[in-house]
Design a protein around this ligand. Structure first.
Ligand SMILES: *[C@@H]1O[C@H](CO)[C@@H](O)[C@H](O)[C@H]1NC(C)=O
Ligand SMILES: *[C@@H]1O[C@H](CO)[C@@H](O)[C@H](O)[C@H]1NC(C)=O
Ligand SMILES: *[C@@H]1O[C@H](CO)[C@@H](O)[C@H](O)[C@H]1NC(C)=O
Ligand SMILES: *[C@@H]1O[C@H](CO)[C@@H](O)[C@H](O)[C@H]1NC(C)=O
Ligand SMILES: *[C@@H]1O[C@H](CO)[C@@H](O)[C@H](O)[C@H]1NC(C)=O
Ligand SMILES: *[C@@H]1O[C@H](CO)[C@@H](O)[C@H](O)[C@H]1NC(C)=O
Length: 833
């Protein structure tokens, strides 16, 4: 075996450096993204972890809440660390936890993946760099676990890689890994070979590593190990009987489909496996559930449904360790009317379902559903749709030490309960609750805090967005997401400086009106009557008096509407321009594109470039107008910040080069009634989030060394318009963080935490920046968002009523038979209704 040199880096020293500010999450409360896996420790009660695709790893607490444990790892340089492709516990040591980190295996991510290990339940970590990438947000991210620790030898750790890299083994507790070349099948299936981005065309690799804890010891190691492989043509299930030295396909295995989960029931001396005809998480139209007898090697097909009822694959698999023969499996994915959960108490011979058809189309629910922990889940999703149990259910676990305690995760939230055995009585009925307290895994695309208006407006991917009226609301999950209209993903939100109750937001759907307006600070909304059905996404700003909206859309150039009239093109501002409105002067708007600055003095009707305004800058990253002072506007560029006090006619560089290469900037109320400026950029402490109390003369690192925000150039910033020293950071996967502190005289003075706690699985797609030519006509092709769903089949027939007609990864028919129309239910599922 060849041992690769590995980089071992102690990430957090024994005495951690205190964060400059103390950060916590704004509480959305329902998770809001895809949790890909849950693992319980087999022998120590209450030890469990949950992994997410873009929001890191969480540890379970005794009160059913969760604590994020990988925030310190997701620094700007290591932003892929919020992608968790696998997690493993050491059955012999409940304090140890391992995770495979990295977001993408294609060129969306610059870094190689890593395996991190902790001996203190995630408080501190050490990192081992792998010689290949890890894809926590790639297709097939819900299978597993791909990472496993030998139950009888803590030094032995296996990792089943993606991308054709095969099986890897550590004999030193994950400090170093070497390839197990004797397992020749590395899982070469790719979901879509035509996807040039490499996202759907990467090899799916291995799907799990499962030790047979009942097998003999061989030289101090568990001798029998099973590995799942993404291969539906030769074999997908392999075994080693000599502690990993040699491997062979398991005889008699099911040939079709991909194995997702494989669990040992030691008392039964049996394995249970779930299969789907796709790797997930969005697909799956066929599949099966199997039992493999470890004593005599016989297979039994225990698939709970057959015939035309079988229209989904199988993902989540919970095996009761206290009650041999009792198990739960989840459909993957039954998009209509709802997911199904199946339970057997006789090793899969017979099954019952959590819901059944009663008097069609009525359902009989053998469960109650409680969303008190995140009321918006009901208001915005469950009550709006037929799907209650969920979708994308790959994580489904029965607590190995408590047959009543169970957890499962969907594409939206985490559910669970503590009375699971009530399923088994004659009047079966279990209580399911949202159990995502502490999990905040949303992708935040826009933030605003309106002086004299709503404290926080958060535009969010996949779950629309939320309004928090006051600072005291920040720890209370909202009653509802932005609705009426509900955009699945909201790409931006803004308020009017002189009339802060007026708010605008933008949605990302194609073929619908994607502008909504509010006059009560984002509590209630209406669709903007002047929006077209074509333009979508991008950023929008309201004029100070709220009569005019300028919208830099993703696909329709820069658009403008006055008094809720029809949007028309603003030809004088390049497509994709960064835009801002003056907060005090209704006539003034600002724009930036490339290294050029533009200003409008006619309420956004026309913009003119200001020659040489931004010196040598070649990229405008952000523009912020002072919350109160007309004509004061700051521009963030690749050469740092420039400031104008004359409506953008002339600029002066800010801070004498002390903060360079800046990204998002924001004003926020500071001490007294002064305004702090917050900015992401390169300063004395490196690439960090800084604050200035003195108009940019001095900058203080308020991020500190223990709080990662992921990719810093992509975070969204807002300073509070109402509460001194409060600042918000919107992340791509960990929701909104906030902190309160005093920034004074170039030094932070206080770091008091006040009330608080916080994905989704989407890569946040940023529109490409257009060329700065002011004369270039508005083009609809300048900013086409790359799609990860490349249709490989030509639709032939129209889909029927209720059928799926679109969504991420959907490759089937997208037209609906008359009179039905294809309506997005969420990012992953569009339905003919
Ligand atoms: C655990 O496995 C390692 C690597 O194979 C071996 O060197 C060690 O002796 C084993 N430990 C025990 C206690 O057998
Ligand atoms: C393997 O799975 C893919 C995706 O479901 C499917 O298109 C293909 O036909 C399958 N191949 C076989 C041999 O079953
Ligand atoms: C294997 O054992 C199971 C009981 O676990 C039994 O039902 C099955 O018939 C056996 N199969 C063979 C081939 O012996
Ligand atoms: C199960 O309980 C819930 C309320 O907790 C109720 O809505 C549901 O109808 C019950 N199901 C059955 C089959 O009685
Ligand atoms: C600022 O950063 C840019 C890269 O964005 C670099 O070219 C320039 O040299 C830096 N300027 C200073 C003063 O460090
Ligand atoms: C970080 O985020 C920005 C803005 O979304 C994006 O342009 C950039 O590509 C990201 N950085 C990396 C390394 O992906």
């Amino acid at each position: 075996m060849r041992y690769l040199p590995t980089l071992q880096l102690l990430l957090v020293a024994a005495a951690p450096i205190r964060a400059a500010f103390s950060w916590k999450n704004v509480r959305f409360g329902g998770g809001g993204g895809f949790s890909t896996g849950i693992v319980f420790h087999p022998t120590t009660k209450g030890v469990a972890y949950l992994r997410t695709d873009i929001g890191g790893l969480y540890r379970l607490n005794a009160d059913d809440s969760w604590t994020p444990v990988t925030d310190s790892l997701a620094t700007d340089a290591e932003w892929g660390s919020w992608g968790v492709d696998a997690v493993a516990l050491d059955p012999q040591n409940p304090d140890k936890v391992y995770a495979a980190l990295g977001l993408y295996t294609n060129d969306w991510e610059p870094k190689m993946g890593s395996i991190v290990r902790s001996s203190d339940r995630g408080a501190t970590w050490s990192r081992t760099r792998l010689p290949f990438k890890v894809g926590g947000n790639m297709p097939g991210r819900g299978v597993g676990e791909r990472l496993a620790v030998d139950p009888r030898n803590s030094s032995i750790v296996y990792f089943g890689a993606r991308s054709g890299n095969g099986l890897w083994k550590s004999v030193d507790g994950a400090a170093s890994f070497s390839k197990v070349s004797t397992l020749a099948n590395t899982g070469t299936f790719v979901p879509d070979p035509t996807d040039v981005s490499g996202y759907q065309s990467d090899k799916q690799g291995l799907t799990f590593v499962t030790f047979d804890s009942t097998s003999a010891l061989l030289n101090g190691a568990t001798s029998r190990i099973f590995v799942g492989v993404a291969d539906n043509t030769t074999a997908s299930f392999y075994v080693s009987n000599d502690a990993g030295s040699t491997w062979a396909a398991v005889p008699g295995q099911p040939k079709a489909y991909f194995p997702h989960k494989c669990k040992v029931q030691p008392t039964e001396k049996a394995l249970y496996l779930t299969y789907s005809n796709g790797l997930g998480p969005f697909d799956g139209t066929l599949g099966g559930v199997y039992r493999y007898d470890l004593t005599n090697g016989s297979w039994k097909d225990i698939t709970p449904v057959s015939g035309s009822d079988l229209s989904h694959g199988f993902g989540g698999l919970g095996v009761d360790m206290q009650k041999p023969g009792t198990l739960l499996v989840a459909s993957l994915n039954a998009w209509w009317p709802d997911a199904q959960l199946f339970r057997s108490t006789d090793s899969g011979a017979t099954w019952t379902r959590i819901w059944e058809w009663a008097n069609y189309p009525e359902q009989k629910w053998h469960y109650g559903l409680n969303t008190d922990n995140a009321p918006w889940i009901n208001a915005g999703f469950i009550s709006q749709d037929t799907k209650r149990i969920g979708w994308m259910i790959e994580a489904l676990e029965i607590d190995p030490l408590d047959s009543n305690h169970w957890l499962y995760a969907t594409g939206l939230t985490v559910y669970g309960g503590r009375d699971l055995t009530k399923w088994d009585g004659p009047n079966r009925n279990v209580s399911i609750s949202v159990m995502a307290n502490g999990i905040e895994e949303t992708a935040v695309l826009g933030l605003a805090s309106a002086p004299g208006g709503s404290e926080l407006l958060a535009a969010v991917g996949d779950v629309s967005g939320f309004t928090f009226k006051k600072t005291s609301d920040l720890d209370t999950p909202p009653m509802e997401p932005w609705m009426g209209p509900k955009f699945i993903t909201t790409t931006d939100v803004d308020y009017a400086g002189n009339r802060p109750g007026n708010v605008v937001r933008i949605g990302n759907a194609q073929g619908a009106k994607e502008v909504a307006i509010s006059t009560d600070g984002g509590v209630s909304w209406k669709a903007h009557p002047g929006a077209s059905d074509t333009a979508h996404s991008g950023t929008a700003v309201l004029s100070a008096n709220a009569d005019t909206i300028v919208w830099s859309s993703a696909n329709g150039g820069v658009l403008r509407s006055q008094n809720q009239g029809t949007f028309s093109a603003v030809a004088s501002l390049p497509s994709g321009a960064v835009i801002a409105s003056d907060r005090a002067d209704n006539a003034a708007f600002y724009g930036g594109s490339g290294g050029h600055f533009y200003r409008s003095t006619d309420t956004g009707a026309t913009f003119a470039a200001v020659s040489g305004a931004l010196r040598s800058a070649t990229a405008v990253r952000d523009i912020a107008a002072h919350p109160k002072i007309a004509g004061e506007v700051w521009v963030s560029t690749d050469i740092g910040l420039l400031k104008s006090v004359d409506y953008g006619m002339t600029f002066t560089p800010v801070g004498a080069g002390s903060l360079n290469n800046t990204h998002q900037i924001a004003f926020g109320l500071g001490a007294g009634s002064a305004w702090n400026v917050y900015a992401v950029g390169t300063g004395a402490a490196g690439v960090k989030l800084y604050a200035s109390p003195d108009n940019g003369a001095s900058w203080v690192d308020i991020q500190g060394d223990v709080q990662g925000f992921g990719n810093l150039s992509g975070v969204k910033l807002a300073g509070s318009g109402n509460s001194e020293g409060v600042v918000y950071v919107g992340t791509n996967g960990r929701g909104v963080f906030y902190a309160k502190g005093v920034v004074a005289g170039g030094k932070e003075e206080m770091t008091t935490t006040f009330v608080t706690t916080t994905v989704k699985a989407t890569k946040t797609v940023t529109p490409t920046t257009a060329t700065p030519a002011i004369t270039s006509p508005v083009t609809t092709s300048a900013a086409s968002a790359p799609s990860t769903a490349t249709a490989s089949t030509v639709p032939t027939a129209a889909a029927q009523h209720w059928a799926q007609c679109g969504g991420t990864g959907w490759m089937g028919v997208t037209a609906c038979a008359s009179p039905w129309t294809c309506q997005p239910q969420n990012d992953w599922y569009h339905q003919c209704l």
